[in-house]
Ligand binder design. Structure first.
Ligand code: KIV
Length: 271
């Protein structure tokens, strides 16, 4: 078990130092105060308020419907719980692709209204102007390449990306562009492990993988998936650390039985 005794604040500079000394970065998603508090106390380095909230919190099929206001609500709940981890928030679909001014305004709203430390944004060359403008306002950015779920309607499927050389080459050059622009990290989602390791070695900034093998500088998972709260999603890259779906369901069944049988509350549970 990893027991964190490092109480110092995680900043983007600390993540860079971790890459330099070869210490892996542990990142998980969270969308609410209670979960974020547990993750932070356990010693997680980075909490991502991902737009996967659209799926796991709101029950949408894709990440596309979640709004900027909803992301700010989730992010501010997380920020209130966190004392150590770096809090990163996804810019949701439709709030940065239009033009760089809109992208900057969206990023500013997230930083100002939630108190988060950084934003994450999907894409490479095509969003570079927005990346530049957000960075020039002093807002740190994590890039996101490979399987970018906001483009699911373009991809048509959630299969592994960049298996073909043309797409792999674009990913290599996008990663360099994001680093040169000043992003402090890049998420690599669902790409071949060999490509992810190669990109990681070519970059100075840390890479965080999800379904991208072990040659990256850190890992991220959706917390509901790794805890088994969501038991509908079992991709090969997912390691489940618990089966909370069954544990919670069994506890609720027991509670129902106790209420129906008048076993709860007993004498010591009343005034
Ligand atoms: O929204 C999210 O949870 C993400 C991770 C899967 C990287 O972007």
């Amino acid at each position: 078990m990893y027991l964190s005794n490092n109480t110092s604040l995680i900043t983007t500079h600390v993540l860079q130092e971790m890459k330099t000394r070869g210490e892996k970065i542990a990142m998980l998603t969270a969308y609410d105060y209670s979960m974020a508090k547990i993750l932070d106390e356990a010693g997680i380095d980075v909490i991502l308020v991902g737009d996967s909230a659209s799926n796991v919190m709101a029950g949408h099929k894709t990440t596309l419907p979640i709004t900027l206001n909803e992301m700010i609500y989730h992010a501010s709940s997380v920020v209130r719980a966190v004392t150590r981890a770096l809090v990163v928030v996804d810019l949701p679909f439709g709030t940065y692709q239009g033009n760089s001014k809109e992208a900057l305004n969206s990023a500013i709203r997230i930083m100002k209204e939630s108190g988060a430390n950084a934003i994450k944004i999907e894409g490479g060359k095509e969003i570079l102007e927005s990346v530049d403008r957000i960075l020039s306002a002093g807002i740190p950015i994590i890039g996101h390449l490979g399987l970018t779920p906001q483009s699911i309607n373009k991809f048509g499927t959630y299969i592994v990306r960049a298996r073909e050389e043309e797409e792999a080459n674009k990913l290599r050059s996008d990663a360099l562009l994001l680093e040169e622009a000043g992003c402090f990290s890049v998420v690599l989602e669902k790409i071949p492990a060999k490509l992810a390791a190669e990109v990681t070695q070519s970059l100075r900034i840390p890479t965080i993988g999800i379904g991208a093998g072990n040659g990256v500088d850190g890992q991220v998972l959706v917390v509901h998936d790794m805890l088994g709260i969501n038991n509908q999603f079992s991709p090969r890259f997912l390691r489940r650390y618990n089966n909370l779906y069954d544990e919670i369901k069994n506890s609720v069944s027991q509670y129902i039985e106790d209420v129906k049988s008048s076993d709860f509350p007993n004498e010591s549970e009343q005034y």
